[in-house]
Design a protein around this ligand. Structure first.
Ligand code: HXC
Length: 260
């Protein structure tokens, strides 16, 4: 499929999606959200792809937010629809994808951009990255899950301060907050992220999918995470990866997982 706003590369078992609207600092307009949804959906089905990396094109921005020019004349109903559709198509979709999605934050991650990084399973930032939820400077609040995921990741008090002040934080501060797992030089960001992705790609994809589901269960209403873990743990015993993993251990060799 041909995309206008994103680029997709594949390397070994890793797919890299680059949001490619550098003139607008990779702002998320409707077509970009739709393309991301469709690309992620297709990559989820590709057996040979084990990990997905999300990043932004250029040296300045990961994603500078939702495209402000697109919604400046919206009314209440259009605003609600924007948030609901975006959450369903992209943000919740990523969180619940059964393949790991890592955000490689190469510059500004603001508003919807930080929300996109937060919906990913974890984040790695370059030293020049700046992160924030500046929506209140526009008379808005975060609408792509930011009011929920930011406190989950950094705690309520820090999230309140970031959202109320609208100030950006540096990559180093994001690291101390636990918002990102690593900070590396921009020139090393993709290689560093790919290195982690490769480690993940060599492990059992069926187990990783169930680990994602179990961890996410803690953040879903009405679901008991411990019960979800027991169910997913039990299901692992039905997989070929389980047989291969335990057999390889006993035979003192490296497991070759098929992801089945
Ligand atoms: C549309 C954007 C944009 C955005 C930048 N641009 N951010 N266009 N939507 N979110 C465009 C600018 O208009 C400009 O285009 C070009 O990108 C370069 O940006 P500059 O502002 O000239 O760059 P600079 O001075 O370096 O400032 C960088 C910046 C600033 C600090 C990142 O661009 C900025 O504050 N952007 C907006 C950040 C923001 O408020 N994000 C939250 C959006 S609301 P032209 O054509 O003028 O050259 C949101 C809500 C999510 O995300 C929830 C929805 C449901």
């Amino acid at each position: 499929m041909n995309y206008e706003n994103i680029l997709i590369e594949k390397e070994n078992k890793i797919a890299i999606i680059t949001i490619n609207r550098p003139k607008s600092l990779n702002a998320l307009n409707k077509p970009t959200i739709e393309e991301l949804h469709s690309a992620l959906k297709a990559l989820e089905l590709e057996k040979e792809v084990r990990v997905i990396i999300l990043t932004g094109s250029g040296e300045k921005a990961f994603v500078a937010g939702a495209d402000i020019k697109e919604f400046s004349d919206f009314n209440m109903s259009e605003g609600s629809q924007l948030a609901a559709k975006g959450q369903e198509l992209l943000f919740d979709f990523i969180q619940n994808l059964n393949k790991p999605v890592i955000a490689a934050i190469n510059g500004f991650a603001l508003g919807g951009g930080l929300e996109l990084a937060m919906a990913s399973h974890f984040r790695i930032a370059s030293t020049n990255a700046k992160m924030g939820l500046p929506e209140v400077t526009l008379g808005l609040i975060p609408g792509y899950g930011g009011t929920q995921r930011l406190p989950q990741l950094i705690g309520k008090g820090r999230a309140m301060e970031m959202i109320m002040t609208a100030e950006m934080i540096t990559a180093d501060k994001a690291l101390t907050y636990g918002l990102v797992n690593h900070v590396v030089d921009q020139t090393e960001l993709l290689d560093f992220t790919k290195n982690i992705a490769n480690k993940i790609a060599n492990n059992s994809a069926t187990a990783i999918g169930r680990a994602i589901k179990s961890i996410n269960a803690n953040y879903r209403d009405g679901i008991n995470g411990f019960h979800e873990e027991i169910k997913n743990f039990g299901e692992c015993f039905e997989t070929e990866d389980f047989t291969e993993g335990t057999t390889a251990f006993i035979e003192k060799r490296k497991a070759e997982f098929k992801g089945t």
